[in-house]
Design a protein around this ligand. Structure first.
Ligand SMILES: *Cc1c(COP(=O)(O)O)cnc(C)c1O
Length: 430
């Protein structure tokens, strides 16, 4: 970079690199997939981030999804201030835990009982343990390209050769852990039939992002989630929907506002924290009652149900119920997708812009992207050029071709129009 362009950010990043591995507390923030060094954010408001240099960007990262009402929403802020005045944490039960459980069970289909955690990772980790404890089975099934946080047993990728048995996707994940995780491609009916034919009786759970959002954004083929439900039910395998990203984002009811498939367990995070660190997992009461102190599956946490975090989350969910931003998010996403694909088509550039609810992504790819392998075949270099052009013109896309773009209620018509103009210009420069 661009030390001249972002002088304050450059100085911060230099200091950070001496003290923090890679200079970052989460790897995607290093911007390595777009060929530049990262900028820093000094403050954020509405749909915009402001850097220490005073530049502002229309933000499509939105804290990686949570800020669906825009940054620094006044109602969430007021709820947090009020909660701070009551105390930072109690170590006993607090009224907000009851309110949050009521909201989640009322809004999220298939959730009869719910436990709060501090992150999406804790939610998926606990849901997997619960599924194993409930079914008394060891193996789990995941889908290539679906990301469920940094849980050992879920940091597993497809093995080479005869599919299915997983390999560690990170150093430090043992071969033994990976061996209990089977991996098949998303949207692959044949692999799905085979894995249940061969291993169904050993599978404690199948965990899936119903609409994957962590390799860019992908939609299910008609019937795929339905078939997964039939096969899991037939095998006595629990179906876990990881709606950490899609919950309250694809619709108020997550992906379940768009299809009729209902899982046994649901993992939540991101939006339910209103910007603070919160996760949750829930599902059928009979399964949830296997958790301590009622049952033998252990799960606990000093900060689980923290009153400040829950105050932010409750304010966010209550506001989403009140203002229903989803039709507008859907329309803005569709308008962006339509404009970009039309511009690309005119120029003979292969571009797919899948979108639904408050999510979309850009795949420079000839064919519709149906799974992780398709996503990886997209033109990464083209995405990098679009990213840098957009940043030069005031629009911040996710700094990786394998992430989804997020919309918020604060992305008004003017911001959306500017985004369309900038991104169309970016495509014309390719
Ligand atoms: C972000 C994410 C997680 C992990 O949540 P954290 O709060 O970052 O631990 C899990 N699953 C999905 C689908 C996610 O997008």
């Amino acid at each position: 970079m661009d030390a001249a362009r972002f002088p304050e950010s450059s100085k911060l990043f230099e200091r950070a690199q001496k003290l923090i591995p890679g200079g970052v507390n989460s790897p995607v923030r290093a911007f390595r997939n777009v060929g530049m060094n990262p900028f820093y954010t000094q403050s954020a408001d509405g749909c915009r981030l402001r850097t220490p240099e005073g530049e502002t960007f229309i933000d499509y990262v939105l804290t990686w999804g949570p800020a669906i009402l825009g940054h620094n929403d006044p109602d969430i802020r007021a709820a947090v201030h009020a909660a701070v005045d009551r105390g930072l944490g109690f170590g006993t039960n607090g009224p907000d835990e009851v309110r949050m459980a009521e909201l989640i069970t009322q809004i999220v289909p298939a959730v009869e009982k719910v436990r709060m955690t501090n992150s999406g990772t804790e939610a998926t980790m606990s849901a997997i343990r619960l599924a194993r404890g409930y079914t008394r089975r060891s193996k789990i099934l995941k889908f290539d390209g679906c990301f469920h946080g940094h849980v050992d047993s879920l940091l597993v990728k497809a093995g080479s050769g005869a599919l299915t048995f997983g390999n560690p996707d990170s150093a430090g994940v043992t071969a033994g852990t990976a061996a209990d995780t089977l991996v098949i491609p998303y949207n692959d009916f044949e692999a799905l039939e085979n894995v249940f034919k061969n291993y169904g009786a050993e599978l404690a759970a199948a965990i899936i992002e119903p609409f994957p959002g962590n390799v860019g954004f992908i939609m299910p083929k008609p019937g795929f989630l339905e078939r997964l439900r039939e096969l899991t039910a037939g095998a006595g395998t629990l179906l876990i929907f990881d709606e950490v990203m899609t919950g309250f984002r694809i619709s108020l009811h997550g992906t379940m506002g768009k299809h009729a498939v209902r899982p046994d367990l649901v993992c939540l995070g991101k939006i339910i924290g209103g910007g603070l660190p919160v996760g949750a997992f829930g599902g059928r009461a009979e399964i949830m009652d296997c958790i301590a102190p009622l049952g033998p599956v252990y799960q606990a946490g000093t900060y689980c149900g923290n009153p400040i975090a829950l105050a932010a989350g409750i304010a966010a969910l209550e506001k989403l119920l009140r203002v229903n931003p989803y039709p507008v998010l859907e329309a803005r996403g569709a308008a962006i997708a339509e404009a970009l694909t039309a511009t690309a088509r005119e120029r003979g550039i292969a571009l797919q812009v899948p979108h639904c609810g408050g999510m979309f992504s850009l795949f420079f790819n000839e064919a519709p992207v149906e799974n992780a392998a398709d996503a990886m075949r997209s033109d990464k270099e083209r995405f990098g050029r679009v990213f840098r052009f957009a940043l030069d013109n005031g629009v911040f896309l996710p700094p990786s071709p394998y992430e989804s773009c997020f919309l918020s209620a604060a992305h008004d018509e003017a911001a959306t129009e500017k985004t369309v103009r900038v991104l169309c210009d970016a495509i014309k420069q390719l």
